[in-house]
Design a protein around this ligand. Structure first.
Ligand code: WTA
Length: 656
């Protein structure tokens, strides 16, 4: 399904690390081999040691207690230890680096001054936010939904929740009121934290009014804490809405971190799967933090004093692990950027790198492809000499984008870490380490420490031991950053991730493993698509479409898209008597944007008088994918369809 499977040509391009990188990086090739072997042969000893990278209130004596056994899936790390995530990300740095910048906030508008927030200031702000939340009635174990722009208050709110033991659930600010409401209700949240407006790319999303609309469908007791970002006009519901800026003037700037068990939930993050509505991925405190901080340090070769910039939004897992938790646990300086790569123009990323002297830069291939198309002059006018490591995440990177990143941005001197992981995995699972591995454009390379990747034959479910080989990517054993359960539905957790291949965690991705043992992700093998680095379930878009009164049936698939990686292709069957018109296409697009959010906006809508179905009524998505991909040569056997002629009709009327 992927547009970017490795071709034979690119598979032979290899970029070994420079002698300087090998000499200075945390991990060289021999160290990687040694540590990886140790992490697999004795995970207890390995993680028993590396668990100490965070501060504990009560040290653990049990390191690993995990089972992937069908019917008995259970994942616990450091289970008898106690600690606090917020104390680890903030308080423990005060003595040594209280005056060091923790967060650099770069606003959407380049003319607005950037903010440098020191660890001391971060501590005060997090404590104030914690006290405000407690005053609003939030207690340990309660859920708090965050619906915020990329502003420092988002980090304060995350860390404040962690401090008092509340569980945060961040909803990306690009989601609609409906999606927000569903997530508030899904986690039974007590408080929603939002802002008046979210400036982005020169425009402003009215977050507060979206939250107002969402809250109409939530319990009356849900409170709304509002951060003033722009000072723009909002409506106000007395008794329900609270002004953060006002309250923080009065709030006490000390709050004692609550002693949390290692396995107490830290956050819930909703993510798309191949069926049904998004599920709440649950991550717990200690294992997640150990894994996020360790991957952050080693994969990006983070060193004291470095300026680290991950361009993701905190609404996605990448922002959780590599803007907030990983970097701050390591006492890093982390950049939070409110804007978009192309505003005011296509040099914004590079201007920000120059301005803040960024050392590690981590972004998504979709952004690189968009910027690549604008021309090199936007990069070349900026001084990028501070850059040392580049990273990508979210989708397979095509060789053209890799080469551009390497040559034009990195000037051939910055290793590119292509990190493969998921919301569910908490942190990187496959990635090169900059001082250890010779890079191959498009390959996510090697498993991180403690990660036991295997390739299974999708038909037999057997492990393939050959090199090279191709199959589905699975994990044979647990790692500390692994999700623990689906919020409120442990059965769904077991079924989704452990139901297909007994005894293995199935990631949903296909892969190739080459003769050197390096991994190449070939894309999702299920009905999850990856649109501009945003993960989306085709089932969600389908259910939004069929909720429209004029739609009888819908089938949604991904198709290769030059910039977005994958686009959203919708086959829509209208109700009897409804005229298919261009206006209706627009209406349905707007409808999906309202139901889910702009990120789910259909790229192509094709009217389908009928959909290809088996005699038992199952839609043959494989065929729909091929038609969307404009690849009719390999439609496969259509004779088992209830009505094979619908395929000809769909081909004849292919849209886009
Ligand atoms: C895809 C994002 C290829 C993959 C961190 C995975 C990738 C899904 C890569 C998870 C990569 C992520 N190469 N594919 N380096 N990184 N993916 O949960 O299909 O938003 O299953 O997590 O993104 O998306 P999610």
């Amino acid at each position: 399904m992927s547009t970017t499977a490795p071709s034979d040509k690119t598979a032979s391009d290899v970029y070994p690390p420079s002698a300087e990188m090998v000499a200075n990086a945390h991990i060289d090739a021999a160290t990687y081999d040694e540590m990886y072997a140790a992490s697999i042969s004795d995970p207890e000893a390995f993680w028993g040691e590396h668990g100490k990278r965070i501060d504990w209130i009560k040290p653990y004596s049990i390191v690993k207690n995990t089972s992937f056994e069908p019917g008995n899936v259970s994942i616990k790390w450091f289970e008898d230890g106690t600690m606090n995530v917020s104390a680890n990300c903030v308080d423990r740095h005060l003595a040594t680096r209280g005056d060091q910048t923790a967060i650099i906030f770069e606003p959407d508008d380049p003319n607005e001054a950037a903010k440098h927030i020191t660890y001391k200031e971060l501590h005060a702000a997090v404590c104030k936010m914690a006290n405000i939340l407690e005053d609003l009635g939030v207690r340990k174990g309660d859920r708090v939904v965050l619906y915020l722009p990329m502003i420092p208050e988002a980090a304060y709110a995350m860390l404040a929740c962690a401090r008092i033991g509340a569980i945060h659930s961040i909803v990306f600010a690009g989601f609609s009121p409906d999606a927000l409401g569903a997530r508030i209700n899904g986690s039974d949240a007590k408080v929603v934290i939002t802002a008046d407006y979210a400036p982005r790319g020169g425009r402003q999303t009215p977050l507060k009014s979206n939250a107002d609309a969402a809250l109409l469908h939530c319990k009356d007791s849900v409170k709304c804490l509002v951060v003033k970002r722009t000072g723009g006009q909002t409506t106000w519901v007395e008794g329900r809405d609270f002004d953060y800026n006002e309250l923080s003037l009065e709030a006490d700037d000390y709050s004692k971190p609550v002693e949390m068990n290692a396995e107490d939930p830290l956050f819930v993050l909703y993510t798309s799967g191949s069926t049904g509505q998004p599920k709440g991925v649950v991550h717990c405190s200690a294992g997640y933090l150990v894994f996020a901080s360790m991957t952050h340090e080693y994969v990006f070769d983070y060193k004291d004093g470095d300026i680290f910039w991950c361009t993701a939004d905190v609404g996605w897992v990448t922002g959780h692990s590599y803007i907030v938790y990983g970097p701050l646990a390591n006492g890093a300086t982390t950049v939070m950027f409110e804007g978009v790569p192309t505003y005011p123009d296509a040099s914004r990323f590079w201007q920000v790198c120059e301005k803040h002297k960024v050392n590690q830069f981590y972004t998504a291939p979709t952004a690189l492809r968009a910027l690549m198309g604008q021309g090199n002059q936007f990069v070349e006018k900026c001084d990028l000499s501070s850059l040392r490591i580049l990273g990508t995440v979210g989708e397979p990177i095509n060789p053209e984008a890799w080469n551009w990143y390497n040559d034009v941005v990195g000037k051939g001197r910055c290793p590119i870490v292509d990190t493969w992981w998921q919301t569910e995995t908490g942190g990187h699972l496959l990635t090169p380490l900059p001082g250890a591995h010779a890079l191959k454009p498009g390959s996510a390379m090697k498993p991180f420490f403690g990660v036991q990747t295997v390739v299974l034959d999708p038909h037999t479910g057997e492990e393939i031991h050959d090199y090279p080989c191709e199959g589905v990517l699975c994990l044979k054993d647990s790692w500390p950053g692994q999700m623990r359960t689906v919020w409120g539905d442990h059965e769904r957790f077991e079924k989704t991730y452990f139901g297909d291949y007994k005894g293995y965690y199935f990631a949903g991705d296909g892969c190739k493993r080459d003769a050197d043992g390096d991994y190449w992700i070939t894309g999702r093998v299920d009905d999850v698509i990856n649109v501009s680095g945003h993960r989306m379930g085709t089932a969600e878009v389908e259910s939004a479409l069929v909720a429209h009164a004029k739609v009888a049936e819908a089938a949604v698939v991904g198709y290769p898209h030059d910039i977005k990686g994958q686009g959203i292709y919708c086959y829509v069957t209208l109700m009897n008597g409804v005229e298919p018109t261009d206006d209706l296409v627009k209406e349905l697009r707007t409808w999906v944007r309202t139901e889910i959010g702009p990120i789910a906006s259909p790229d192509v809508i094709q009217w389908a008088p009928g959909l290809p179905k088996t005699r038992s009524g199952k839609i043959m998505r494989r065929i729909l994918r091929k038609i969307a991909e404009n690849d009719y040569g390999s439609l496969g056997d259509t004779s088992t369809l209830a009505d094979p002629s619908v395929v000809d009709d769909l081909i004849a009327n292919r849209a886009g």
